[in-house]
Design a protein around this ligand. Structure first.
Ligand SMILES: NC(=O)C1=CN([C@@H]2O[C@H](COP(=O)(O)OP(=O)(O)OC[C@H]3O[C@@H](n4cnc5c(N)ncnc54)[C@H](OP(=O)(O)O)[C@@H]3O)[C@@H](O)[C@H]2O)C=CC1
Ligand SMILES: N[C@@H](CC=O)C(=O)O
Length: 378
């Protein structure tokens, strides 16, 4: 049986679903001759590892308990399993050093898949170290790939060792499809897409007459939004996805070169008020303006969509009025659509469409990425 040691950073909505999928897929993986050995889980405050990461693992009972404890907002240090012994918990000041030591120990021996299901820039240094040590890296987190070109180049230095399907379109095979097109020498001229599950859901609910404030709160509850929904409403999350696609096409694009349209004003920004304040008190002040825009679009036979267009050296993201009868206009709920135009897909683009957000589908994409690395493990 091939064993893949897995180290998970981030056990929020996506990370917890990933652990559940790992446990529930044991028999499927067994038939494939693969076993995922989870040897570390960390959140923003602590790291949990077995006493000996080379020989031991966090067993399925512990993984299930992690899911329960984290879903109540509690800390990893509150796990009942710790009382029985056999595990170590490190606090956040020790966590990075210990993680790097594990990457060093396992990277060049058993191999290690370092999986980033956090939503922070803070994992970049650990990921860089992991790449240096020969580890594989799997990302749902878009931030490391949308940092500087230097960070990006380093992360993708060994393309076979990196998977990040869930960074664009959640579980949809967008990156895999693009990689196939690119490696066959078919030049991609243009990509047009609706890449935000949250904004797709918001726009189609607004069409049904619901207020923005209500649908954004619902999108958060459904697990579509980023931890701070302003990351979605500002267009930043779409811009990150667009940047990842542009960089995949070999364009040396940086975030500052992308013009991004925000659905809220600067004075409601993260530096000026908390997420709770924004969602409970301020967002309601945006309801009327967006309702008027939706009505104006409707009077033109159109709907609003938050669209991304990548063409030549230009990357644009923002709200557009699109015909109700167009593929973008027909999109409903959290579905994403990506249209890829290339030499082979010239008049009729290659179209990828389906659920573009949600913890379950995103975690499924991450799991498929880990399995896709199996040939690199002894
Ligand atoms: N939800 C979706 O539909 C999709 C999400 N993604 C991406 O998946 C990622 C996770 O999203 P989601 O699960 O919703 O986010 P959550 O906010 O639910 O979870 C984030 C997790 O990361 C942990 N964390 C924060 N800082 C660090 C750190 N420095 N080191 C390790 N862990 C850390 C948090 O810890 P703590 O528990 O202590 O707060 C939390 O467990 C995001 O990057 C998101 O963009 C991608 C595609 C779709
Ligand atoms: N917040 C994102 C989640 C996936 O990347 C979205 O709404 O699309």
């Amino acid at each position: 049986m091939k064993k893949i040691p897995v180290f998970l950073m981030g056990c929020g909505g996506v990370g917890r679903y990933l652990l559940q999928h790992i446990v529930s897929c044991r028999s499927i993986h067994s038939k494939l001759g693969v076993y995922l050995r989870v040897i570390g889980v960390c959140d923003s405050k602590s790291l949990l590892v077995p006493m000996d990461v080379l020989k031991e693992e966090l067993n399925d009972e512990v993984l299930s308990e992690i899911c329960i404890v984290k879903s109540t907002g509690s800390s990893l240090s509150k796990l009942g399993a710790l009382e029985k012994g056999g595990y170590q918990v490190f606090n956040d000041s020790e966590s990075r050093k210990v993680t790097e030591e594990i990457a060093e120990r396992l990277g060049k021996s058993t191999g290690l898949a370092v999986v980033d299901c956090s939503a922070t820039m803070d994992t970049i240094e650990v990921l860089m170290k992991a790449v240096d040590e020969g580890c594989c890296v799997v990302l749902a987190n878009k931030k490391p790939l949308t940092s500087t070109m230097e960070h990006y180049d380093k992360l993708v230095l060994h393309p076979r060792h990196v998977r990040h399907e869930s960074t664009v379109g959640a579980g949809l095979p967008v990156i895999a499809s693009m990689n196939r097109i690119i490696s066959s020498g078919d030049p991609v001229h243009k990509i047009v897409g609706s890449l935000s599950g949250t904004l797709g859901y918001v726009m189609s609910e607004l069409e049904d007459g619901k207020p923005l404030s209500q649908v954004v709160r619902a999108a958060k509850t459904l697990g579509y939004t980023e931890p701070d929904p302003r990351d979605d409403l500002s267009g930043m999350d779409v811009a990150r996805k667009a940047l990842i696609l542009a960089r995949l096409l070999g364009k040396r694009v940086v975030m500052d070169s992308i013009k991004i349209e925000s659905l809220y004003p600067e004075e409601m920004g993260p530096g000026l008020m908390s997420v709770d304040d924004f969602l409970n008190n301020e967002i309601v002040n945006l309801d009327q303006n967006i309702e008027d825009r939706v009505k104006r679009a409707s009077s033109n036979g159109c709907v609003l969509r938050y669209v991304c267009v990548i063409e030549g050296s230009s990357v644009q993201v923002g709200i557009r009025e699109v015909s109700k009868d167009s593929p973008l206009g027909r999109l409903r709920g959290s579905d994403n659509i990506v249209e890829i135009y290339s030499r082979c897909y010239k008049e009729q683009p290659l179209v990828i469409q389906g659920a573009g957000a949600g913890n379950d589908t995103t975690a499924a994409g991450v799991l498929a990425d880990i399995l896709d690395l199996q040939d690199l493990f002894p």
